[in-house]
Unconditional design. Structure first.
Length: 259
């Protein structure tokens, strides 16, 4: 009887030890898995080689733009894109849009605008974009090129070069070229109109979709509506809301398309 109880107690003890071991191994596995997840979430970064080096400058950037460009590139390194995000890239009109993810209601939509940037500056920083294979890229740039006295042909060709680079490096990415917005500068009306005209006509042969924002912001004189800008170039919050409403249906289609 004592022997039986002893055997029963030994078996019971072994069972308890087995259960304890299973629980312990489970906790260890859970810790390892979640540590890895945590590292991916909070320590995720991309190689520096995907970003333009500090000594790579755009000659027709203003002095302020050169410094801000480096600051933003450093910010992008610390807050890199994820694979298959939706990206807005361009100049201050994009940057000042702020959190485009919040505007559209989806955290996978990211801001890659740099105030003062020009088409050449955008082209130089496509490494991160192409590497992460975005679901879609929305491009808006060119006004600063015009302010730096670059020609219509220069802006159009550089924009097409940006499109081509994304298309070659990330073929599945949908590309949207957004029109240059009107400004309060009458001397730019003809150039902006011609750039938008050419970009619209070249969309099919260059495999991108052209989005006309210009007509939303323009008054009867092709100048920016005063109620939609605070300085003659950049949209007010009301302007950004109108912009988002114009692209909301398209964005929902992109987000809901899992292909």
């Amino acid at each position: 009887m004592i022997l039986k109880n002893g055997l029963i107690n030994n078996v019971d003890m072994k069972g308890r030890m087995t259960i304890f071991t299973i629980i312990l191994l489970g906790l260890i596995s859970w810790t390892v898995i979640n540590t890895k997840k945590s590292n991916i979430t909070f320590n995720y970064n991309l190689p520096d080689s995907l970003y333009p080096s500090p000594d790579k400058v755009v000659l027709y950037h203003t002095k302020w733009a050169k410094n801000h460009y480096r600051e933003r590139i450093n910010f992008f390194k610390v807050h890199p894109l994820k694979m298959h995000d939706i990206v807005f890239i361009g100049n201050s009109i994009i940057e000042q849009g702020g959190d485009w993810g919040t505007r559209f209601g989806n955290t996978d939509i990211k801001n890659r605008g740099i105030s003062g940037d020009v088409t050449e500056g955008v082209f130089n920083r496509l490494g991160e974009i192409c590497f992460t294979k975005p679901k879609a890229v929305f491009i808006l740039c060119g006004i600063n090129d015009l302010l730096a006295y670059k020609s219509v042909g220069f802006v159009v060709n550089n924009t097409l070069k940006i499109v081509h680079e994304i298309k070659v490096q990330s073929p599945a990415t949908k590309i949207y070229v957004q029109s240059i917005l009107p400004t309060d500068k009458a001397e730019l009306i003809i150039k902006i109109k011609e750039i938008n005209f050419q970009l619209k006509n070249k969309a099919i042969t260059n495999s991108y979709t052209f989005i006309d924002l210009h007509s939303l912001f323009a008054d009867s004189n092709d100048l920016i509506k005063t109620v939609l800008t605070y300085d003659g170039t950049h949209p007010t919050d009301a302007g950004y809301k109108m912009w988002v409403n114009n692209e909301k249906e398209l964005m929902n289609q992109l987000i809901n398309n899992h292909n």
